[in-house]
Design a protein around this ligand. Structure first.
Ligand SMILES: [Zn+2]
Length: 86
């Protein structure tokens, strides 16, 4: 009956970024796509990220496992670098 004010993010945003940076260079694992989709469903802080991520998830869902298009990869990278403390 303690009220932990935790609504929204089930997965930490930073963790998402960390994982993203892992796969930006390679393929998109299905697991991650699901997690991303879930996270985006309940996470407002990821708003800026959201557009790019949504596109990414969209690509994920379109099946044939492909590397990210260079433009999108670039965008993701920039976003991830921004979020990452140096
Ligand atoms: Zn988030």
């Amino acid at each position: 009956m303690a009220d932990t004010g935790e609504d929204g993010c089930a997965v930490d945003c930073r963790e998402m970024f960390a994982r993203l940076s892992e796969y930006v260079d390679g393929e998109l694992p299905e697991n991650l796509c699901e997690e991303l989709a879930r996270h985006l469903d309940g996470c407002t802080p990821c708003e800026a990220f959201l557009r790019t991520l949504k596109r990414t998830v969209d690509i994920c869902r379109q099946l044939p496992p492909k590397p990210l298009p260079p433009a999108l990869r670039d965008e993701l990278r920039a976003l991830i670098e921004r979020e990452r403390p140096r």
